[in-house]
Design a protein around this ligand. Sequence first.
Ligand code: SAH
Ligand code: SF4
Ligand code: F3S
Length: 448
Amino acid sequence: MAKKLFIRTYGCQMNVYDSARMADVLAPLGYGPTDRVDDADMVILNTCHIREHAEDKVFSELGRLRLLKQERAAGGAGLVLAVAGCVAQAEGEEILARAPYVDIVLGPQTYHRLPEMVARASRAGQRVLDTDFPVEPKFDHLPGPSATGPAAFLSVQEGCDKFCTYCVVPYTRGAEYSRPVAPVIDEARRLAAQGVREITLLGQNVNGYHGEAPDGAGWGLGRLIRALADVDGLERIRYTTSHPRDMADDLVDAHRDVPQLMPFLHLPVQSGSDRILDQMNRQHTADDYRRLVDRLRRARPDLALSSDFIVGFPGETEAEFAETLRLIDDVGFAQAYSFKYSPRPGTPAAQMPNQLSEEIKEDRLARVQDRIGRQAEAFNRGCVGRRFDVLLDRPGRHPGQLIGRSPYMQSVFVTAPESMLNTVQCLEVVDAHPNSLAANLLSERACA
Ligand code: SAH
Ligand code: SF4
Ligand code: F3S
């Protein structure tokens, strides 16, 4: 009988990609997906360590799974419980000690070995901890991807050598690594052959990509994007997350030259204060960021930006915070994520003096979110009357309605025949809501 696998994913898109690949790895063992944890024979929590809150969620979820496992055991059945991802990498030993009912703890770089770990846990009843950074990259051992819709993630780069002083990623994901060009293009072709129309290239520092081409040359992300634009069936390309320091000319030019590259870029800046940026070890100034945005907009005038902000970094003064608000006003974002600074164990910023109070962080977060919220609303309103190619990727709540995503990642609602599901259609935006757009169908062809 087929066994059921339930995966809960926390954190970034990289984890979403990894969860899909873990499912691919376990499929040959007879595990099929379920979205009901109560039906599962195996549960994987794919965890995130980026902020304290993310980590807390994992331990409360583990508490619930302990009870589920006890119920199963009382009925004479088993449940394999695995903790994967960045909390597992950072705190593997602690999880095994604190949660004796967990069978497997594995880091983000070892999940190609899951079949072996599952065998050891279920047959031999052993507990397994595998948080190595193996020399052979996991990508060499993964089966082909299986698409689950018209949009897919494709991981091209992993790890980070930037060591921003607040961040755990360099410790949980390890050193920067770029996949070679050939397997990336092969994976894109396989996805396109399964009906994928949009791919998002992923990496913690995706624009630092420097993959080896078959002739031994090193390719940057711009070159890779140009090659992917030639893959049959792929109509849209995105990439995330970028670091402002790694925005090479060739990549900026790709925004001008490659129509498939969507005019929307997530480019985290974190702060508008040069002193705070320096304390964060971001290695650029606020004006460097402004100039970079200008370069990008010259290359692609309809480009819209999204960003990440951290408020309440140790020692951040009110005047320094005001510089962040000024940068937001200067640049104008279509959307952005903002976070209260969260001290993370083992990172330099956690040791800095002048840690700010929760009240100050709350207050600044509310002000940044208000500013960004108003920009996002204005951006959405500015879309009314525009024509967009929209990838219709899911049925709407009402019969006859489909939902898609715009080039700017907004949800777009339209009345359209079901036969248009999973296709790109030209729509005219007729109304804007805080989190979505309403549109009319124009024709069955693309806009441009
Ligand atoms: N590699 C990406 C994203 C890393 S994590 C980058 O360099 O931008 C995603 C976001 O989480 C970061 O951009 C940052 O805004 C936020 N973040 C990371 N560590 C944090 C911390 N300790 N406290 C609060 N926010 C944090
Ligand atoms: Fe973390 Fe900075 Fe690396 Fe992004 S660039 S993953 S914020 S250390
Ligand atoms: Fe979280 Fe790890 Fe991603 S810490 S944000 S899941 S790289």
